[in-house]
Design a protein around this ligand. Sequence first.
Ligand code: VGL
Ligand code: ZN
Length: 216
Amino acid sequence: MSRTLSPHAALIVVDVQPDFMPGGTLACHQGEAIVPGVDRLLRSRVFSHVVATQDWHPRGHISFASSHPGRAPFEQIALHGQPQTLWPDHCVQGTPGAELHPGIDWTALDAVVRKGSDPAVDSYSGFRENHGPQGARPSTGLAGWLRERGVDEVFVCGLARDICVLWTAQDAVELGVRASLLWDLSRPVTPTSDDATRATLQARGIALIESANLAI
Ligand code: VGL
Ligand code: ZN
């Protein structure tokens, strides 16, 4: 089955950057496997609106284990009253690992939303930062960008399926926008997370679809 896309649908490509690929500092399991499919989807021009997010941290970012003496990557700490996983240094601003992946033709891209630039706050969702010192979650502006373009439905793909892709899709439905996760065009940081991710999608009313179901 293939479906025709509404001109009010947007594609959100989340964090397809070398640091999230095998060989990168925070590799997703089989992350590179999505590159040809994302490239094909962008070249197909089936979406009237295409936005990418780019994880974009300053050196010494608070989410890096290296910023917390005695801590190791993948440990959890409390930060601003919330659990925070500590990551290997990744997607440092201006480094090759932080680029939009060079294996994809990004010509069709309308906008790039950079996130994670605040040294003291992590940012998973493309829509808003994680909790900051004041407890609030500042907007990235993506919701307004979509609203002003009349977008009422988003398709989310990219990395990591269990973190930034999932958080972005959840925020979309919270904003009243229908959301689908392109399963074959995403990969997780934690391979054992897939069952939990499927359960979250179902609980939040986010459709799980394959890119083959899009009319490309
Ligand atoms: C991501 C962990 C830290 C992601 C970004 O893109 O899913 N995960 N920063
Ligand atoms: Zn990050």
